[in-house]
Design a protein around this ligand. Structure first.
Ligand SMILES: Cc1cc2nc3c(=O)[nH]c(=O)nc-3n(C[C@H](O)[C@H](O)[C@H](O)COP(=O)(O)O)c2cc1C
Length: 164
């Protein structure tokens, strides 16, 4: 049994729910899984593997996720790491672009994979500045998450980890 950390940055909760689904699937595959917010992670050296996740805000991963990678980069590089981000909305999901800092995070943590999942946006839960930003980007409100896709990816992670 491997001990895995799942740490996800999520302002409004939808990316955290994706992280919970990943954690559940990894546990179903026989692993022991901790779920912690990035700010709660002091050390990663007790874990056999780490799954990092973040929502995207204005083209970037969340600050707390980037801070975790800066804090723990050296230790993360010593173990298998996977990254996912969630953001694109609508059908087809937009924007199709990779957030600016994904490459830097993949490189700092030496991540095996960086995977994009579609996101969810509830305008009612946004503050005024977020509403203005969302209006500027014409983001489509709604829940576009595909949990079957998430579970499929998590099973791939579990298989890859078992082979490490
Ligand atoms: C202020 C704001 C800016 C956003 N900017 C982007 C963006 O640049 N690219 C993107 O793919 N999604 C963007 N989104 C969509 C979010 O990433 C998406 O709604 C995500 O699922 C939110 O996750 P959360 O519920 O965990 O906060 C933005 C959402 C908000 C509220």
């Amino acid at each position: 049994m491997r001990h895995i950390l799942v740490s996800v940055a999520s302002r409004h909760g939808s990316t955290a729910e994706i992280g919970e689904e990943v954690a559940l699937e990894l546990a179903r595959a026989g692993n022991f899984v901790d779920v912690l917010e990035p700010d709660e992670v002091d050390r990663v050296d007790d874990y056999d593997a780490v799954v990092l996740g973040s929502a995207v805000y204005v083209g970037r991963l969340a600050v707390s996720l980037r801070a975790l990678v800066e804090r723990q980069g050296g230790q993360l590089r010593d173990k298998p790491v996977w990254l996912f981000w969630s953001g694109p909305l609508g059908d087809p999901p937009l924007p199709p672009t990779v957030p600016d800092d994904v490459r830097a995070v993949v490189s700092a943590a030496d991540a095996h994979d960086a995977r994009c999942f579609t996101g969810a946006l509830d305008r009612g839960g946004l503050d005024l500045s977020e509403r203005a930003l969302v209006a500027l980007t014409h983001a489509e409100p709604g829940d576009f998450r595909d949990f079957e896709d998430v579970r499929h990816w998590a099973r791939d992670v579990a298989r890859e980890l078992a082979a490490v």
